[in-house]
Design a protein around this ligand. Structure first.
Ligand code: WT7
Length: 635
C-alpha cells in the first residue's frame, strides 16, 4: 500500500521515514496506484544536482488531462469540478461538472489546434479569474502546448517581456476584467504589449465585460464563435514524463524574470499527493483557494492538484472587499466551503474590518484553513484561528515556492499539532537542511540557517526557460549538492520549521514576490534619476512595503519632489505593475557604498526599519558621510 492518504501522526512518521529511506520506491508506489499512464516508466529518478539534471519517471507516457478529467468521468461525470463565483454577487455562480469540463477543454483544445498550435508551442494566457482561465490551461495540456500564464494585474511591459522571453505564438485574453467596482481594459493592455512582440501570430479574446475594444484583423478573434463550432472530442496528446507542462515567471535578482519550467509526470504526482494530504480532501468537500491562477498557488492548488483528485475547486473572480469586506465569509457560507486557503495579507486586511462582517455568516462548514505566500504573524494567525476557524479548524501554514511546484513544509490538519508562525514538518519526500555561515549543514534541533533541500522531489522546476546557467547559478551553486531556497529558517527543539523570510534581494509585498533589481531598473529610466536602492520595511497589512532611496542627477533644486514621486511610481506601474509601487521615496545626495561600489542595502534596510542603533561598522564605506544625512531625512 502506498500510503497516499496519511491519516494520523504515527502514519506520517512511518511514511516520512520510508520516503527518505527509499524515495524511489515511495514515489513509484504512489505513481502506480493513483494515476493513469499510457506507458510505464523505465526509471523512477535520475538526478545530478551539479549539472543540474532531474528526471522523474523517465520513459513514462501520459497526459495530465486524462488524470485530471477523463478518468473521473465514469464515476463522477456529474460531480462539480469547477465552481465559479463571479465578481458581482448578483451574477449567478456556475457549476461546471467533470463532464462539461471535459467537453469545454476538448473544444478549446480543438480551437488551439485549428489556429496552428502544436505540441511544444508556447501559449501566453492573460485572463481574469473566469472559467476560461482554468480551461485554457487544460486545453494547452491536452495538446501538449506549453502554457505561460501571466497574472492579469501585470502591466503591458511586463507582459511583453514574458511573451518575448519564451516566444509565445498565441495570446489568450479577454475584452476586460472586473475587479470589484472597476472594469479593467485587459485587451488594451495586450494591444499595447504586443507592439513589442513579434512571435505572436494570433490572439483569442474571451468576452467578459462587453467593453468596446479594437480587434486587429488577421490577428484577433473572438473565442466563443470558434468554440461553438469545435468538436467536444479531442484525443489527448501522449506526452513524455519530462515534457514541459508550463512556464511560470517569477522575479529574481536581475531585471529579467525567471521562466520556471515545470514538467508533466512529477508535477502531477506531487501536486495531487500534497493536495490530498495537506487539505485532507474527502470526496464531498468543497475546496476554495483564493489565489489567482496567475501564480503557482493557482496552478497547483486550484487547477491541477484538486482536479487530479476529482475534487470540487472554487474559482473566485472578485476581491475580498467587494461589495463589502464580508465577501469571503459570505462565499464560505453560500457554497459551504470545507477547506479555505488564502494569504496572510488578506487575513490581516480583513482582521482590521468590523467583526460583524465575519460573525453574520455561518462558517460552520469549514474543516481546514490554510495560508501561503509569506510568514504569517502570530496576531493574524490567532485572529484567523479564533474568528474564522472558531478554534476547530486546524490552520495549515504551507511553505513552498514557484520553483518547488508544490507544498514542501506544512502541518497535516488534524494530524500535526500546529504552533502559530511555524510551517512545522516537511511533507514525505522532502528533505530540508539548514546551512550555516560556514557553508556546512547544521544538524540537530534549536538551530537556524539558510534553508536548502538535499534531495530531489517530483515537482521541482527543471530549468529556467532558455537559461539553464542561471538555474544552476541561482539554486545549485551556493551549496554543493543542495537546492538553495533563498529563505532562512529555524528548526525548534522538536524539529518543527519556522520560515524567517528571504535572505536575498526579494521582498514580499502582499504575498507577491518582488525583486529589487527590476524595480530599480525601472526607476533608473526616469531622466532625473541617477541611482536608486529599494528595501523592504514592515507593514501591518501588506507584510512588507517598499522604501526607495533615490539620488537625482542634479541636486534636485527646481524639481518638485512630490511630482517626481508620482512620476517614479507611474514608471514602476508601467514597467511592472502597481503592486510594485513605492510606499516611501526619500531623495538623498548619495547612497552608502562599499569601496568596490556595491550599494549597501543592509544599511538602508536598517534605516528604513528604524533600527539605527545597530548599523554596524560604517567606517569602511566609500562614503560614510551620506549615512548621517539619510538618517536625518528619513521619512
Ligand atoms: C516565497 C516564494 C508558494 C506560493 C506562493 C508564493 C515565501 C511562501 C510561505 C510561508 C513563510 C512563505 C518564501 C518563499 N513563502 N509561503 N508559509 N511562510 N514564507 O510563491 O512567489 O514563489 O514565493 O514566498 O519566502 O521563498 P513565490
Amino acid at each position: 500500500m502506498s500510503n497516499y492518504h496519511i491519516k494520523h501522526l504515527e502514519e506520517y512518521f512511518n511514511v516520512y521515514r520510508k520516503s527518505v529511506r527509499d524515495p524511489e520506491l515511495f514515489w513509484e508506489e504512489i505513481a502506480e496506484e493513483h494515476f493513469v499512464w499510457r506507458k510505464r516508466w523505465d526509471t523512477v529518478l535520475e538526478w545530478d544536482f551539479k549539472k543540474p539534471e532531474i528526471k522523474w519517471f523517465q520513459g513514462a507516457k501520459l497526459n495530465i488531462t486524462e488524470n485530471c478529467i477523463d478518468r473521473h468521468l465514469a464515476a463522477n461525470g456529474d460531480k462539480t469540478a469547477i465552481l465559479f463565483e463571479p465578481n458581482d454577487p448578483a451574477e449567478l455562480a456556475q457549476q461546471i461538472t467533470y463532464k462539461q469540463l471535459s467537453e469545454r477543454v476538448n473544444q478549446f483544445a480543438n480551437v488551439l489546434k485549428s489556429k496552428g498550435i502544436q505540441k511544444g508551442d508556447r501559449v501566453c494566457i492573460y485572463l481574469p479569474m473566469i472559467p476560461e482561465l482554468a480551461i485554457s490551461l487544460l486545453a494547452c495540456a491536452r495538446i501538449g502546448a506549453i502554457h505561460s500564464v501571466v497574472f492579469a494585474g501585470f502591466s503591458s511591459t511586463a507582459l511583453a517581456t514574458r511573451i518575448n522571453d519564451s516566444d509565445c505564438k498565441m495570446v489568450i485574453t479577454a475584452d476586460g476584467s472586473y475587479r470589484g467596482s472597476k472594469a479593467i481594459d485587459l485587451k488594451g493592455i495586450v494591444d499595447e504589449g504586443l507592439t513589442h512582440c513579434s512571435s505572436v501570430e494570433s490572439v483569442l479574446v474571451v468576452k467578459r465585460t462587453n467593453a468596446a475594444i479594437k480587434m486587429i484583423d488577421g490577428r484577433d478573434e473572438w473565442l466563443q464563435p470558434i468554440l461553438d463550432d469545435a468538436s467536444i472530442v479531442c484525443e489527448a496528446e501522449i506526452m513524455d514524463a519530462e515534457d514541459p507542462l508550463f512556464i511560470l515567471y517569477t522575479s529574481g535578482s536581475t531585471g529579467q524574470p525567471k521562466g520556471m519550467v515545470h514538467t508533466t509526470a512529477g508535477y502531477m504526482v506531487y501536486t495531487a499527493y500534497s493536495f490530498k494530504n495537506v487539505f485532507q480532501y474527502r470526496p464531498n468537500d468543497i475546496y476554495w483557494c483564493t489565489a489567482d491562477i496567475g501564480w503557482i498557488t493557482g496552478h497547483s492548488y486550484i487547477v491541477y492538484g484538486p482536479l487530479a483528485n476529482g475534487a470540487t475547486t472554487v474559482m473566485f473572480e472578485g476581491v475580498p472587499s467587494y461589495p463589502d469586506c464580508g465577501r469571503f465569509w459570505e462565499i464560505i457560507e453560500k457554497h459551504k466551503i470545507t477547506q479555505f486557503y488564502t494569504a496572510p495579507t488578506a487575513i490581516r486586511a480583513l482582521a482590521k474590518e468590523h467583526m460583524d462582517f465575519v460573525t453574520k455568516h455561518d462558517l460552520s462548514s469549514l474543516k481546514v484553513l490554510g495560508t501561503v505566500g509569506e510568514p504569517i504573524n502570530e496576531e493574524a494567525w490567532h485572529w484567523y484561528n479564533d474568528n474564522v476557524g472558531k478554534k476547530k479548524s486546524p490552520i495549515v501554514d504551507t511553505w513552498w515556492q514557484t520553483e518547488t511546484g508544490g507544498i514542501m513544509i506544512s502541518p497535516l490538519p488534524g494530524i500535526t499539532a500546529t504552533i502559530p508562525t511555524y510551517a512545522t514538518l516537511p511533507l514525505p519526500g522532502i528533505q530540508p537542511a539548514l546551512i550555516g555561515d560556514d557553508g556546512q549543514e547544521i544538524k540537530g534541533n534549536q538551530v537556524d540557517g539558510k534553508l536548502c533541500i538535499k534531495f530531489p522531489w517530483p515537482s521541482i522546476a527543471r530549468t529556467i526557460w532558455g537559461n539553464h546557467d542561471r538555474y544552476r547559478e541561482t539554486y545549485f551553486s551556493a551549496y554543493e549538492n543542495m537546492y538553495f531556497t533563498g529563505d532562512g529558517a529555524l528548526r525548534d527543539e522538536v524539529g518543527y520549521y519556522r520560515i524567517t523570510g528571504r535572505v536575498d534581494d526579494v521582498i514580499i509585498v502582499s504575498g507577491h514576490n518582488l525583486g529589487t533589481a527590476p524595480i530599480e531598473d525601472a526607476i533608473n529610466e526616469h531622466p532625473a534619476v541617477a541611482e536608486s536602492a529599494i528595501v523592504g520595511f514592515p507593514h501591518d497589512i501588506k507584510g512588507s512595503v517598499l522604501y526607495g532611496f533615490i539620488t537625482l542627477k542634479e541636486t534636485g533644486e527646481g524639481r518638485n519632489h512630490e511630482n517626481l514621486r508620482k512620476e517614479i511610481n507611474q514608471i514602476i506601474s508601467e514597467h511592472i505593475g502597481s503592486i510594485a509601487k513605492l510606499d516611501k521615496i526619500q531623495f538623498t545626495a548619495g547612497l552608502p557604498k562599499t569601496r568596490s561600489g556595491k550599494i549597501m542595502r543592509r544599511i538602508l534596510r536598517k534605516i528604513a526599519c528604524n533600527e539605527m542603533e545597530n548599523l554596524g561598522d560604517i567606517s569602511t564605506l566609500l562614503n560614510p558621510e551620506c549615512v548621517d544625512e539619510i538618517i536625518k531625512e528619513r521619512l
